[in-house]
Design a protein around this ligand. Structure first.
Ligand code: FAD
Length: 700
């Protein structure tokens, strides 16, 4: 009977940083409980699946990267389905469901998924369930969890209606729980990305480690405010639905072996360049809210190529002090130099378990925690669920159960996700929690290299690469007793501190000999932009919007233009507009002198600056606080350049508010100038984007 055999569906994911992959793995894991078998492939492995011949339902999970692009590994797939010679009925047989991941802080929300979705529909494919749009800004799980719950219902119908054998798995086996179990489970409350198997009520018998004092204390604190470790009614008295325990799958053996040279290339397939930091300069004045540094890298001996507008990635380590604390907390500080041998746990229940590729072969423990795992990552609910198995105090255990439960979703968002709590914070807040190393390796994501926009042109600074960044700071708070800096920016700031101090000393004591320091080195790799470059035709006017460090690529553009003007005095150069914003005129006006020179030599024709925190002047006009205010003030010119002069519009910097506010301003400008409604203006913006004349390079 059909319901007694596992039915196959094809599950494809396109991932940049592993989130889509993790969700696809979660779906594959849950499929078991629904009597289904997921055949999982990355969209990059196009030779391993064939949508043209696919008869089973297809599920696609795809994230968004860059300025609304599908993730890099999905590039080949996207190109293939966009082949113009494909007939409109190419995928007429195909039934699919798509989950798009994105971040609504960015203008082109979930656009990676939208591009694929649109094209599949154009080629005749049909949805068997509605497309989900999960928003990392508010928490992916808010959409992912209900979408997956709905997926099982839709897949069930789909598989039942499709012609039986076509969907059968090759390893069809009798079901142990079958459809009836699924139907039972569909009545259960929706409980996170995992099928919810455990229902915990406060009246359940307490395990042997119960600490009655803790429980009494908890009751007597009912009126107090909730916190990371503390809950109040109704949550503290609620029956909880918690996720199923993720199956363990990694075995770690520690061996005392001679230290080996760590290999970065195994973790990062991109060609790596080890380059010296030859200059460090503080761009902001003391007293500025954020400290911005400009670094110069020496790429003269490398085959490292970049164009203004490109960005690149820096490999950075976790802070040594936090690695030590973590090792201490999991009881392995004494063994930090031991080699960790990873293998798949025999008999694991995790389907398709593979070793994490970001941990190269055999490596010492300290190296793994320093360079491979994002130990600052906010723990996901599945991680909390796994941690509570290793937590012995009953009060702590209950709180962890709450935090990963459906009922505790608001507390999870408030006290973990929004607070930026990391594993170390949790281990200190929950002292009886003692997870094994293997659990950390299973749940901590890959430590990502950080991306930075080039703030220079090779024409202007031969053999050099400049970039500017703000040192990210997280103040101390009740669960984090010491202030922290961003992983990469904090590390870079420490790395170049001797250079900055040496310079200060030289400036302060005139006549003193310059203190030479050995230039520190960093490992980088290229991340060229697809389109965020100067127009090929220099006569085309350009509008650049870049508040704060968002000015970086435009400094590169202007350096390039200024050299080209010198080299080709006969060329016709279009007008060059820069909209820059900062807080205070005399504290964080980045690249002030350089901009003045560009104005003076005619490279920059229009410089529009606003200061958000300068004390208001006596003028009756509305103050220009933000770049979008300046844009609105220049509405006529902006519209003329974009609509009549084929101009380019570039935006770079903070994705949180700025990119959206600039987009809104642009929409208002176009709608007023063209005398059309917002919808029409939006269409005009969309076509500018398609023509690659409206370009964004934004980050949060
Ligand atoms: P991280 O440690 O990664 O922390 C950064 C973010 O994590 C915080 O902003 C916050 O959202 C969250 N977070 C972490 N811990 C906490 C906590 N305890 N509490 C609350 N929130 C927390 N940056 C620049 O300065 N200049 C550039 O030119 C530049 N170009 C970029 C270009 C691109 C295409 C992209 C994608 C990004 C760019 N960035 C740039 C951003 C840069 O890559 C880094 O994200 C940034 O420098 C912070 O890195 P970090 O490791 O220091 O901070």
């Amino acid at each position: 009977m059909c319901c007694e055999i596992k039915r196959r569906f094809l599950l494809l994911y396109g991932t940049q940083h592993g989130q889509s992959k993790a969700i696809a793995e979660e779906i594959a894991q849950q499929a078991e409980q629904h009597g289904l078998v997921a055949e999982v492939h990355s969209l990059k492995d196009t030779e391993e699946f064939d949508l043209q011949k696919e008869k089973a339902p297809v599920v696609i999970v795809v994230s968004t990267t860059g300025t609304g692009d599908p993730p890099d590994p999905a590039g080949k797939f996207v190109k293939e389905i966009h082949c113009r010679s494909l007939p409109v009925s190419h995928f007429a047989h195909l039934r699919y469901g798509l989950l798009a991941l994105g971040d609504s802080e960015y203008t082109f929300f979930c656009n990676g998924g939208k591009i694929i979705d649109k094209r599949l529909l154009e080629l005749g494919a049909q949805h068997f369930c509605d497309t989900g749009y999960a928003d990392d800004c508010v928490g992916l799980e808010l959409v992912v969890e209900p979408w997956i719950a709905g997926l099982w219902v839709a897949l069930e119908k789909e598989v039942m209606s499709s012609k039986g054998a076509e969907c059968l798995s090759e390893d069809s086996k009798p079901l142990t729980n079958g459809i009836s179990t699924y139907q039972d489970m569909s009545d259960a409350p929706c409980l996170g990305t995992h099928m919810h198997l455990l229902r915990i009520s406060p009246s359940d018998p307490l395990p042997p480690q119960q600490n009655v004092m803790d429980i009494d204390q908890r009751i007597s604190n009912e009126d107090t405010e909730p916190s990371l470790v503390w809950s109040v009614p109704p949550l503290s008295q609620a029956a909880l639905n918690i996720p199923a325990l993720p199956p363990v799958y990694i075995d770690v053996q520690l061996q005392d072996a001679p230290k080996q040279e760590p290999s970065f290339s195994a973790m990062h397939p991109e060609p790596l360049f080890q380059v010296a930091v030859t200059k460090a300069e503080q761009l902001t004045m003391p007293g500025a809210v954020k400290t911005c540094l400009l670094l110069e890298l020496d790429i003269s001996n490398e085959s490292f190529i970049y164009k203004p507008g490109d960005s690149f990635c820096i490999l950075c380590p976790n802070p040594a002090s936090e690695v030590e604390l973590l090792l201490h907390r999991i009881g392995l500080l004494q063994r930090k130099d031991a080699q960790a041998c990873l293998s798949i746990l025999p008999g694991t229940k995790k389907r398709g378990a593979t070793l994490p590729q970001h941990i190269p072969g055999i490596n010492n423990l300290q190296f793994i925690l320093t360079w491979c795992l994002e130990i600052r990552a906010v723990p996901k609910k599945a991680f909390l669920r796994a941690l509570l198995e290793h937590t012995f105090n009953i009060t702590e255990k209950r709180r962890l159960q709450e935090l990963c439960s459906k009922q505790g979703a608001a507390d999870y968002n408030r006290f973990i996700r929004d607070a930026g709590v990391c594993l170390l914070d949790l281990l200190y807040a929950f002292p009886s929690c003692a997870p094994p190393l293997s659990l950390l390796i299973e749940h901590l994501p890959k430590l990502q290299a950080r991306q930075y926009s080039a703030a220079s042109s090779i024409l202007f600074h031969p053999g050099k690469l400049h970039f500017a960044f703000n040192i990210v700071e997280f103040p101390s708070c009740h669960y984090r007793t010491v202030a922290r800096k961003g992983v990469c920016t904090g590390w870079l700031a420490d790395l170049v501190a001797p250079m900055l101090h040496a310079k200060d000393r030289t400036l302060l004591t005139s006549g003193e000999e310059r203190v030479e320091t050995v230039p520190p080195k960093v490992s980088i790799f290229t991340r060229p932009s697809n389109s965020f470059h100067l127009p090929a035709d220099p006569s085309v006017p350009i509008l650049m919007v870049g508040p704060g460090t968002g000015i970086s690529p435009f400094i590169g553009f202007l350096q390039e233009r200024s050299k080209l003007r010198e080299q080709y005095p006969d060329w016709n150069f279009g007008s060059t507009w820069l909209f820059f914003g900062c807080r205070h005129h005399d504290k964080d006006y980045l690249f002030k002198e350089e901009l003045r020179c560009f104005i003076k030599n005619g490279t920059l024709t229009h410089l529009k600056i606003c200061f958000s925190r300068n004390s208001p002047n006596s003028s009756k006009e509305a103050p220009m606080k933000y770049v979008q205010d300046c844009l609105r003030a220049c509405a006529r010119d902006v519209a003329k350049i974009l609509l009549k002069e084929n101009g380019y519009f570039y935006v770079c910097g903070d994705a949180k508010n700025m990119a959206k506010d600039v987009n809104d301003a642009l929409m208002d400008i176009l709608s007023a100038e063209l005398a059309v409604d917002k919808l029409e203006a939006m269409k005009t913006l969309a076509s500018l984007r398609e023509e690659k004349r409206y370009l964004q390079d934004v980050w949060s």
